[in-house]
Design a protein around this ligand. Sequence first.
Ligand SMILES: Nc1ncnc2c1ncn2[C@@H]1O[C@H](COP(=O)(O)OP(=O)(O)OP(=O)(O)O)[C@@H](O)[C@H]1O
Ligand SMILES: [Mg+2]
Length: 243
Amino acid sequence: MIKVKGLTKKFGDFTAVNHISFEVNDGEIFGLLGENGAGKTTTLRMLATMLKPTEGTAEMGDFDILKEPAKVRASIGILFGGESGLYDRLTAVENITYFAELNDMDKESIKERVNYLVKAFGMEEYANRRASKLSKGMKQKVAFARAIVHNPDIMLFDEPTSGLDVSAIRGVHEFIRECKRQGKTIVLSSHSMSEVEKLCDRIGIIHKGNLVDTGTIEEFKEKYNNPNLEEIFVRLVGGKHEH
Ligand SMILES: Nc1ncnc2c1ncn2[C@@H]1O[C@H](COP(=O)(O)OP(=O)(O)OP(=O)(O)O)[C@@H](O)[C@H]1O
Ligand SMILES: [Mg+2]
């Protein structure tokens, strides 16, 4: 379970994330939906212990991000959009293996797990190709495999499908659903309404650093008396929630 408690990040005078609180139950997919600059990446970076909150904290499973950041890092898998962060000179398999070694996995389980992931993601054809020679979608699959090689209970995915083509997006969605079936707890960010509608059990709408509302998509539709999530979103982020 994830419990986010009054999480805040200021960069100088500017408040990027403003006292946000939400919870994600085990086995749930929670979607952070917001415009460019809303504070999604900043929130996820704090949860991943990559960035220190100005105020507030969060519990990731059994561990607090401020008190036990190393234990948090060991129990989460993270994937941040944009750069895949792979080592160009290592092959797909070497990239995944290297990350497993960093996570102190033993040789046998690394081998087993890497073989499983190569098959699960359909990476057989380019498993031994250098990262520099992979397409964007291929890199994204390797980055996913790497992020979860240590089989973490919690996964944080920042815009996991941005820049991918239709079939790659479907592949990523299928993968995220499979993680859910395995009981993983997942937080992802997105600006795509259709993506969160397809994947998420619950969503939080973030605007200018404020968490404007949270709930299931059905709850949003009922509460705002509108079957169209996009219209609800536009109404909620229509400039009423400045801080
Ligand atoms: N290191 C930083 N220093 C100063 N300001 C920052 C820093 N990182 C983020 N910000 C600002 O914080 C705000 C939130 O940024 P963030 O990257 O969290 O947004 P986002 O919701 O992920 O947006 P996008 O959809 O474009 O990825 C933005 O106004 C951004 O300019
Ligand atoms: Mg972002």
